[in-house]
Write a protein that binds this ligand. Structure first.
Ligand code: RP5
Length: 163
């Protein structure tokens, strides 16, 4: 399978959150790579990664970071690939700092910002798959099947007291 999605994050400590993006891509059969790339601690690596991503065949980047979360925006500044930003829940401010750092991009450089934490990472994986599915009919069928299954699970268990 050709690797189409790059999942990057500012620190190893972001992995418990970002693994939810990877799990979603796994479940939808989308190949991806994972790498720690820090906007602040490894800026040269970030520039190299983002500048070469398209030529290496990647189609979407998912970038997660916490606190002064500049990774998604700086990655977006170096590539025309769609960049999905995941605000990681920070220890000090519960991720509000991460969210505001990622979402408030200046006009002209776009980052698609997801929710704080696990749900945001999960949806980043799903949204990356949906972007790829616009030109991949088999993937679109898998995305639709996932959604149908999710709906069916809820409809078949309407009583919240059932385990
Ligand atoms: C950010 O700083 C990372 O994205 C991480 O969320 C946060 C804390 O990093 P560590 O101190 O845990 O390495 O760059």
């Amino acid at each position: 399978m050709t690797v189409q999605v790059g999942i990057i994050m500012g620190s190893k400590s972001d992995w418990p959150t970002m693994q939810h993006a990877a799990e979603m891509l796994d479940s939808l059969g989308v190949a991806y790579e994972v790498k720690v790339v820090s906007a602040h601690r490894t800026p040269d690596l970030l520039f190299d990664y983002a500048k070469t991503a398209q030529a290496r065949g990647l189609k979407v980047l998912i970038a997660g970071a916490g606190g002064a979360a500049h990774l998604p925006g700086m990655a977006a500044s170096q590539t025309s690939l769609p960049v999905l930003g995941v605000p990681v829940k920070s220890r000090a401010l519960n991720g509000l700092d991460s969210l505001l750092s990622i979402v408030q991009m200046p006009g002209g450089i776009a980052v698609g910002t997801l929710a704080i934490g696990d749900a945001g990472a999960k949806n980043a994986g799903l949204l990356a798959a949906q972007i790829l599915a616009t030109s991949d009919h088999e993937l679109l069928k898998r995305v639709d099947a996932f959604r149908a299954q999710q709906t069916e699970t809820i409809l078949s268990e309407p009583d919240p007291r059932d385990v």
